[in-house]
Design a protein around this ligand. Structure first.
Ligand code: HEM
Length: 210
């Protein structure tokens, strides 16, 4: 397999590189449309799409966020695949969150009273700020943008952006724990991946030390 300058696979199949991104986009769109046709293009349907995409976003984000550290700690064919496709997994997360945004807008337009029961100006401001970072991360996930920004600025943007998204997931799930204890599961998963990154970073520094 040939690779571009930043390690993105040039060869694509349905589970590789841009083929993987296409697969994720198709699967996410099919899931959202499936819920809307099954439940209805109404409050319940839009709420289901909002909740489902929040969960697919978490899985895709964690896969991209954990990829490099997982490979450092457990080099193998699955972790190599994760690391090789982390950019496409990250873009899959952005696509999932784009559908989250479309369903939120649909809910706000069709049923503003339910929308305002579930949201408030503060959550819109913090969620909106996270969306700015998600858009920046997605827009700069291409070789041309890496070159344009330079590796230092690009790394800083992606480091900060990823941490802001990770904290957003802890916050958005954590605030729902009083409603259901199940929301502790995603919070625990995000914290576990943060620990994984810290441990992976230490291992790399130890290996690089003279
Ligand atoms: C302006 C921005 C945003 C708005 C207005 C918004 C709106 C909503 C609404 C209304 C729900 C509740 C759906 C329901 O219970 O029926 C929801 C759920 C959720 N959102 Fe968003 N959201 C925003 C951004 C974000 C961001 C940036 C994240 C994370 C990175 C996020 C993660 C979640 C999660 C984890 C849930 C809970 C899903 C579940 O029940 O499992 N949201 N959002």
């Amino acid at each position: 397999m040939t690779a571009t300058t930043t390690g993105t696979p040039a060869k694509t199949g349905w589970a590789e590189g841009w083929g993987l991104f296409r697969t994720l986009t198709l699967a996410l769109s099919a899931m959202a449309l499936g819920f809307l046709f099954a439940i209805g293009w109404d409050t319940e349907g839009y709420r289901m799409v909002i909740r489902a995409t929040a969960r697919t976003s978490l899985v895709l984000f964690l896969a991209a966020f954990a990829a490099s550290a997982a490979f450092k700690l457990w080099p193998g064919s699955f972790t190599r695949w994760l690391r090789r496709n982390r950019r496409q997994l990250g873009l899959g997360f952005a696509m999932s969150h784009f559908i989250h945004a479309l369903a939120i807008i649909a809910l706000w337009r069709t049923d503003p009273s339910t929308f305002w029961l579930l949201s408030n100006p503060r959550s819109i401001a913090t969620g909106g700020a996270a969306y700015v970072f998600i858009a920046l991360l997605a827009a700069t996930s291409f070789d041309r943008m890496v070159k344009l920004l330079g590796p230092r600025l690009w790394s800083r943007l992606h480091w900060w952006g990823a941490w802001i998204v990770a904290l957003s997931f802890i916050f958005t799930n954590g605030k729902r724990i009083p409603v259901s204890g199940w929301y502790a599961l995603p919070v625990t998963l995000v914290i576990a991946v943060i620990v994984l990154r810290v441990v992976g970073g230490r291992k790399q520094r130890r290996a690089a030390a003279p």
